[in-house]
Ligand binder design. Structure first.
Ligand code: SAM
Ligand code: SF4
Length: 334
């Protein structure tokens, strides 16, 4: 699939649930989230049908995300079925990592092309503050320790791991060098993602990528540009002295990453969304449940592709819509 701006679109991010076991400050409100009723969430069979249709017109890589994908039952079997869809070459997963250790233990032979784990701090109290996760004695072997064990377990199985961290002014600033240090291990990448004006993020202040880079250089030495390819995303990667893994930056606001955008997003409720900043998408759930043919589904996907904008409008949003509610990542297939 080639869009109006000449970009090849071969990557689909699928949110399999809007639910989550955390309530990160930048993603969800603390309370009162209106979860979609089960009947409004696409079944795995429906998602597999859509993936078969989309693989037929060029989708090759799929990322499973949410909400927190691992709170949904039977994700392991779903991933195995997805791997068997003709044309799908890679399936990856994004998770907050809290259930990852047990998920990997229950699915010892799962073929995953990579796992992204979100971790904004290694400090249990700050973790509780940012994620609103109850900070009690469970932290001794659950919580952060379990996330770190899951990273090692994935790597022992040959699954590449990337850590995602959102730098937040006045919250995890001092923690960023410690998070970066997780990339001292070979084969691992730590990426710093600029806060985007989605969900509850408008009350928080981002730290621009160049500021994070300067902070890391003060701690570890000069960042050296890495030109190799790592994964399917928009991150720019660097090496640091003494680091066997890489450091990445996703500077969505200060630099933009739209020229090389390769993706569509499918929300858990079945909306196919052309861009993170899109206010609307195509209701594939309604189409699926009204008994349409494969050709009609393909046409709906192509029509959505045609509405993919050349770039997001986040900078304008920060200036003129700071107080307006915008759907969080967990709603739109983050
Ligand atoms: N629950 C999983 C997790 O946290 O990795 C998967 C879904 S989460 C919505 C996917 C990613 O979106 C996470 O890395 C999270 O940090 C990021 N995210 C959520 N809201 C964001 C925002 N407003 N700006 C930047 N990144 C955000
Ligand atoms: Fe849940 Fe991920 Fe959103 Fe945090 S960022 S609330 S872990 S979906």
């Amino acid at each position: 699939m080639i869009d109006r701006y000449g970009r090849t679109i071969d990557y689909l991010r699928i949110s399999i649930t809007d639910r989550c076991n955390l309530r990160c400050l930048y993603c969800m409100p603390a309370e009162g989230v209106d979860w979609k009723p089960h009947g409004e969430i696409l079944s795995f069979e429906e998602i597999l049908r859509l993936c078969t249709v989309m693989a037929g017109i060029g989708i090759r890589k799929v990322k499973i995300t949410g909400g927190e994908p691992l709170v949904r039952k039977d994700v392991g079997n779903f991933i195995r079925s997805l791997r068997a869809v003709p044309g799908i070459e890679q399936v990856t997963l994004t998770s907050n990592g809290l259930l990852l250790e047990s998920f990997l233990a229950e699915n010892p032979a799962l073929s995953l092309g990579g796992i992204n784990v979100s971790l904004d701090t290694l400090d249990p109290e700050l973790y509780s503050r940012i994620t609103r996760y109850p900070g009690d004695t469970l932290f001794r072997d659950q919580g952060i320790p379990s996330i770190l064990r899951a990273l090692d377990l994935a790597e022992e199985r040959g699954i590449p791991v990337k850590l995602n961290c959102v730098p937040l002014r006045g919250l995890n600033e001092a923690e960023l060098p410690a998070i970066a240090a997780l990339a001292k291990k070979a084969g691992r990448a730590v990426r710093f993602i600029e806060l985007m004006p989605l969900g509850s993020a408008n009350e928080l202040e981002p730290i621009p990528g160049n500021e994070v880079a300067a902070l890391l250089e003060r701690a570890y030495g000069k960042l050296i540009s890495y030109h190799g390819r790592l994964g399917n995303g928009p991150a720019e990667y660097f090496s640091l002295p003494g680091f066997a893994g890489k450091i990445g930056f996703i500077n969505a606001l200060s630099e933009g990453f739209c020229e090389c955008c390769n993706r569509l997003r499918l929300s858990s409720g079945g909306m196919l969304i052309p861009c993170l900043s899109s206010e609307s998408g195509t209701d594939l759930r309604r189409l699926l449940r009204s008994g349409v043919s494969e050709d009609e589904l393909q046409a709906a996907v192509m029509e959505t592709l045609d509405r993919k904008p050349g770039s997001h409008n986040f900078s304008e949003r920060y200036q003129i819509e700071r107080t307006k509610h915008v759907s969080g990542m967990y709603c739109i297939g983050g």
